[in-house]
Design a protein around this ligand. Structure first.
Ligand code: BGC
Length: 759
């Protein structure tokens, strides 16, 4: 720290300003006279996209392992595996001379239409936060940095550079910031990347509340904030907003603007110094890890295969899988020969090698005959002849495997999806093939849910194989032949129809803004609350074995919020093959001051079990597992009362329920004010204590008045107490003004004073 402070004193104003903007699209500015090195950054997030020439924006990149994208990673629900991938990516960074990898992306999948959903983990902030933290810990354990992105509310590509996301405070905290918060607190990423979009009127790059108040001050983030590439609009405003490093560079005008702003007194030099301090802190940290050498391409390819197989989700299986001794298999679909293993845009990796799914399948199929048919053309064109040939192929085989990949035009960074559908040709192909071959298995390569209701009934099995990374072709074969027992579970809901999705009428917005009208109800929180049937629920995935859940237990039936709770359950593999199960714990609050989702994921674990084996799975639930963010208190609060602890195999397959009682230890300030209603007073414990005696007296008087006038309460067709409940106290007092010792306003003020004395 003293070293950095000394350096800041030695740097000229121009040098300091220059340090806060890149020297090239991928490097920071070095200061040779003081021995300050440059730092190289590269995309992310599921591999290293190290451009061959850092001065070239779109130069080709050096070969690196393309791991499965985040949708697949999250579906493993395996934090240890994610950590291992992080370590492998760090090894590649070291070999490719990269100091910071630009990932992970931890934004929520607000709608399945989000073009970058394949790069993001989940619709659930708890799961996404755990995944991101493990990834970061893995990378950074090797002395390489990460960039947690895109902070915040970057949930669509439509008007991606300018859209104003209008999100209420509670929704922001519980849904859109929560995964960032977990990752920052648990894993301390070296850098955080701001989002392009505006949040509630202010660009991500200038958002002081997000970057300084919340990220740096509240969460204690010590690293640097980097702009997304091209996200800065006004360099001085962004520096004031807490953005430390602008990328890409060079941008001489920006540097000049900062220098002039300091000279003219528009920008306090201490703000510039603070950014320089943060940047140098990371630059020196990066320099501690010496770069160069090579990485084990074969080992990393094998790791990519392992994670792809672990993340694939078996959605349907009527018993056809795993494949056994079929001798003639029809393999249909271009994706069998041309693996679709990653998405388009900045995350695009130049793979070290790519598994051909068909060749990998043949390796496991032994002598069986695999007869190939293309099935569908590239892109979205329609070609009946390809369908006809596929049908012929399928009819003569014992089983048909349909390898279907969504074309790039339907899913990529840069634009949102228009629908959830496969191409018309692919749908027609499935229908035609399943009509002649009931033993048809559909294998999907895509980064986000597709609609299936039109065709799924005719299939024998469906495997969601995702954008599966360069080794995914082998991983599909592993799962189809049962070399790997599938254990992936969905990290996002598969809806039946687009019109069923939570943000349907509020996406992608218009006139420059998008209103997050569904609030905290995204993903399963929405489908649960609205009782909307879905194709496959969050947390769902099949196995070749079966599991039972027994002996659920909680550490205490009644507990204090700060103590949290330990939950355990015995899980047994009741089938014939070894398998892995993802045990999920959700919390349901029986009664809350503000509406809460019917259930929220608060813990999970993945265990491997041999046939017949039982393991006790234990999970800890902390304060935050029971809390919600209350905008009026501007903090996370707990409330006394009962909660269900739901232990399940998916969000809808709850196997055990335990009821516990929470005692809140929080002393919250009273929210009562002059406008508070009778209900507010009666529901606030302190208010009630102060007001109740008066209330008794008041209702007796009221009754007497009614009696005197011979008025029946029901005469005006309303329930009196219900009516009074929603009125401010002052207005209620006005009904009895003549009998009051003082004016109603003064009476309310007196009560409020008593409440605050008791606070
Ligand atoms: C993307 C980032 C990426 C950056 C650098 C941007 O367009 O939004 O995710 O890291 O480019 O390629």
């Amino acid at each position: 720290m003293t070293k950095i402070n000394d350096l800041i004193k030695k740097l000229t104003l121009e040098e300091k300003a220059a340090l806060c903007t890149g020297a090239s699209p991928w490097t920071t500015t070095p200061v040779e006279r003081l021995g300050l090195p440059e730092m190289t950054v590269s995309d992310g997030p599921h591999g290293v996209r190290r451009v061959a020439d850092v001065n070239d924006w779109i130069a080709g990149s050096l070969p690196a392992t393309c791991f499965p994208t985040a949708s697949c990673m999250a579906s493993t629900w395996d934090v240890n595996l994610i950590r291992t991938i992080g370590q492998a990516i760090a090894e590649e960074c070291i070999a490719l001379k990269v100091d910071v990898v630009l990932g992970p992306g931890v934004n929520m999948k607000r709608t399945p239409l989000g073009g970058r959903n394949f790069e993001y983990y989940s619709e659930d902030p708890y799961l996404a936060g755990q995944m991101a933290a493990s990834f970061i810990n893995g990378v950074q354990s090797k002395g390489v940095g990460t960039s947690l992105k895109h902070y915040a509310a970057n949930n669509q590509e439509s008007q991606r550079m300018t859209i104003n996301a209008k999100v209420d405070e509670r929704t922001l905290r519980e849904i859109y910031l929560a995964a960032f918060e977990t990752a920052v607190k648990k894993a301390k990423p070296w850098t955080v990347m701001c989002a392009y979009n505006k949040l509630n009127g202010t660009y991500g790059s200038e958002n002081h509340r997000l970057l300084v108040d919340i990220l740096k001050d509240e969460w204690g983030f010590e690293g640097l904030v980097v702009s997304d590439w091209g996200a800065v609009h006004d360099r001085v405003a962004s520096m004031k907003g807490g953005l430390d490093l602008e990328m890409p560079g060079p941008r001489a005008r920006r540097v000049k603007a900062v220098v002039e702003a300091v000279r003219s007194g528009v920008l306090d030099e201490s703000m510039l110094d603070e950014s320089v301090r943060r940047i140098l802190g990371i630059v020196f940290k990066a320099a501690e890890t010496s770069k160069g050498g090579s990485f084990d391409t074969a080992m990393h390819h094998a790791l990519a295969r392992r994670i792809a197989a672990e993340g694939m989700v078996l959605l349907k299986n009527n018993g056809i899988l795993p494949l056994k001794d079929q001798q003639h298999i029809a393999v249909i679909g271009r994706a069998a020969k041309e693996a679709h293993f990653q998405g388009g845009g900045s995350s695009h990796i130049n793979p070290t090698q790519v598994d051909n799914p068909l060749i990998e399948l043949q390796k496991l199929a032994g002598d069986a005959e695999l007869s190939y048919a293309e099935g569908y053309p590239a892109g979205t064109a329609f070609d009946q002849a390809l369908i006809d040939a596929a049908v012929k192929n399928a009819r003569s085989a014992e089983v048909a495997l349909l390898y279907l990949a969504l074309p790039d035009s339907k899913e990529s960074e840069g634009y949102d999806r228009a629908d959830l559908d496969l191409t018309p040709q692919q749908v027609a192909l499935i229908k035609a093939v399943t009509a002649v071959q009931p033993k048809t298995i559909v294998i999907l390569n895509n980064g986000a849910p597709v609609a299936m209701s039109e065709w799924i009934d005719g299939t024998a099995a469906v495997l969601e194989a995702w954008m599966m990374g360069q080794a995914g072709g082998g991983a599909i074969a592993d799962v189809l032949y049962g070399k790997v027992n599938p254990s992936g579970k969905l990290a996002e809901t598969y809806p039946l129809r687009l019109a069923d999705t939570p943000a349907f009428i509020n996406f992608p917005g218009g006139n420059g803004e998008v209103r997050y009208g569904e609030g905290i109800f995204i993903g399963y929180r929405y489908y649960d609350a609205k009782e909307v049937p879905v194709q496959f629920p969050f947390g769902y995935g099949m196995s070749y074995t079966t599991f039972t859940y027994k002996n659920p237990n909680v550490s205490a039936a009644s507990f204090k919020d700060v103590d949290g709770l330990t939950v355990s359950v015995d899980v047994t593999n009741t089938g014939k093959v070894t398998g892995k199960e993802v045990i999920q714990v959700y919390v349901h609050d029986h009664k809350s001051g503000l509406v809460r989702p019917p259930k929220e994921l608060k813990g999970f674990a993945k265990v491997e079990l041999q046939p017949g084996e039982t393991k006790t799975v234990t999970l800890a639930l902390d304060f935050r597992a029971f809390a919600y963010f209350h905008p009026a208190y501007n903090q996370w609060i707990t409330e006394d009362g009962e909660f269900d602890i739901l232990i399940g195999a998916s969000s809808t397959d709850i196997r055990c329920v335990q009821i516990v009682t929470l005692q809140s230890t929080q002393e919250l300030p009273s929210l009562l004010n002059r406008e508070s209603t009778l209900r507010d007073w009666m529901e606030d414990p302190r208010g009630r204590r102060v007001f109740e005696p008066l209330f008794q007296q008041y209702t007796a008087q009221m009754r007497a008045t009614f009696d005197a006038h011979k008025v029946e309460v029901g005469d005006i067709g309303m329930e009196t107490l219900g009516f009074l409940m929603e009125l401010p106290l002052r207005d209620i007092f006005y009904f009895q003004e003549n009998t009051l010792p003082m004016p109603p306003e003064d009476l309310v003020d007196g009560l409020l004073a008593q409440v605050s004395q008791n606070n």
